[in-house]
Design a protein. Structure first.
Length: 414
């Protein structure tokens, strides 16, 4: 017993003398500051920190299994966790400034990130091939939604000003994956630096592990099946090509016909064929890693969806950014007519989109919701709308030409 008492005394901060006292004091000060900043050390904040740590380490395990562990991704993932805690602290400050009787902002932020971290954990477990209870994803989505209630109008429009009018005859395109995490964006600089070529589409995975890929809207399948001439892991693997007509682009306010091409589906998972009509409820396939998905270190990429949108409807099977080698369906595009999916897609009912790693894509959490658009009371015809857009574009062109003439005249006068 005396030996045990002596050992405990040595293990205590006092047993380390003045240095131990300073360390324990510093820990106490830091802990007190963090507790004050985060609004206390209650069960909610402890749960959030546990979920963040769980997500971080399960993400490392999943990356190791798929042979794509990246120190930069780990670094920025850790930075992201710290920024979440900073946002919780900001919520505490807002609660104080607004004089709220309950910590509404802090609670909403914690609920939101508890759900998000939990869904990310499920995605990591899916990558590890581990089975999970079906009810978990629904439960975690409810947690996330509890913190995602906008404070705008009664219909939930985050802009608070009612629905935007959608031109008659036009359609909106929604997400191909119900809960979509963007892993690489359109023409992203980090992607170019890592792989050595431009990324003309987006890469995405499901945050719940569900790999079903849905059609974006009402369209016609132009081609579908195995693109690889030498099998599943040649060309672009298993692909689909769908045409969507009269698509309203929220990012530009224009209406265009769009070709949507998806790559890298699971072998034999494509469920449509050329000539089929599809809607946003149609499952096209399941995403996988077929085709040329080799990383710079020689390892294969993990399962993901590549989505590419193109305005060139005359040559729908020509794709920018592909070599065409080993392909039997798709061909190498010689000119760039692609369009950023972030300027085209909207978030449908029950869907969600976000950028998984900062710097690898735009902020997809700001994508507009399809429910925020509706047909106006006084319907504007498609032809009338397109004519108005054409007039506006012509006016802008005339304005630019006039500005150039004025600049030239000033330069001539010295």
């Amino acid at each position: 017993m005396n030996n045990l008492t002596a050992a405990l005394a040595k293990a205590s901060p006092a047993g380390y003398g003045e240095a131990g006292t300073r360390i324990s004091g510093a820990v106490a000060v830091v802990g007190t500051i963090l507790s004050a900043l985060l609004g206390g050390w209650d069960g909610m904040i402890r749960a959030l920190i546990f979920f963040m740590a769980f997500d971080f380490f399960s993400g490392i395990a999943a990356a190791c299994r798929e042979h794509n562990l990246d120190s930069q991704v780990m670094l920025w993932g850790g930075v992201g966790k710290v920024m979440v805690l900073a946002l919780v602290a900001a919520g505490v400050v807002l609660d104080g400034l607004l004089g709220l009787p309950e910590p509404y902002c802090r609670t909403a932020i914690i609920w939101f990130y508890l759900g998000r971290e939990g869904l990310s954990i499920l995605e990591n477990y899916g990558k590890l091939g581990l089975p999970l209870p079906a009810f978990l994803s629904g439960l975690l989505r409810q947690l996330q939604d509890r913190g995602d209630k906008p404070s705008g109008d009664a219909d939930g429009d985050p802009r608070g000003g009612g629905a935007d009018p959608l031109p008659a005859g036009a359609q909106l395109l929604t997400l191909p994956i119900q809960r979509m995490a963007i892993t690489a964006g359109y023409k992203n600089a980090k992607y170019l630096a890592r792989f050595g070529f431009t990324h003309y589409g987006i890469d995405a995975v499901s945050e719940t592990g569900a790999r079903e890929v849905y059609a974006l809207g009402s369209g016609t399948v132009l081609a579908a099946g195995l693109d690889g001439a030498a099998g599943d892991y040649s060309g672009l693997g298993w692909v689909t090509v769908v045409r969507y007509d009269k698509v309203y682009l929220p990012g530009t306010g224009k209406i265009r016909d769009i070709i949507a091409t998806t790559f890298h589906h699971e072998p034999n998972s494509v469920k449509v064929k050329a000539g089929d009509r599809v809607t946003a409820r149609t499952v096209l396939a399941r995403y996988g890693n077929t085709g040329g998905t080799t990383q710079p270190d020689g390892s294969r990429m993990g399962a993901h969806l590549h989505l590419q949108l193109d305005e060139d409807t005359a040559y729908p099977l020509y794709c920018s950014g592909i070599s065409g080698k080993g392909s039997r369906l798709l061909k190498r595009g010689t000119s760039d007519s692609t369009i950023n999916p972030c300027q085209v897609l909207t978030v449908g009912d029950g869907q969600r989109a976000y950028t998984r790693d900062a710097g690898w894509a735009e902020d997809w959490s700001k994508l507009p919701k399809a429910a925020g658009f509706s047909l106006p009371g006084e319907v504007v015809g498609l032809a009338e709308y397109q004519a108005a857009v054409a007039r506006a574009e012509a006016a802008e062109a005339e304005k630019a030409a006039l500005a150039e003439k004025i600049s030239a005249a000033r330069a001539a006068l010295g």
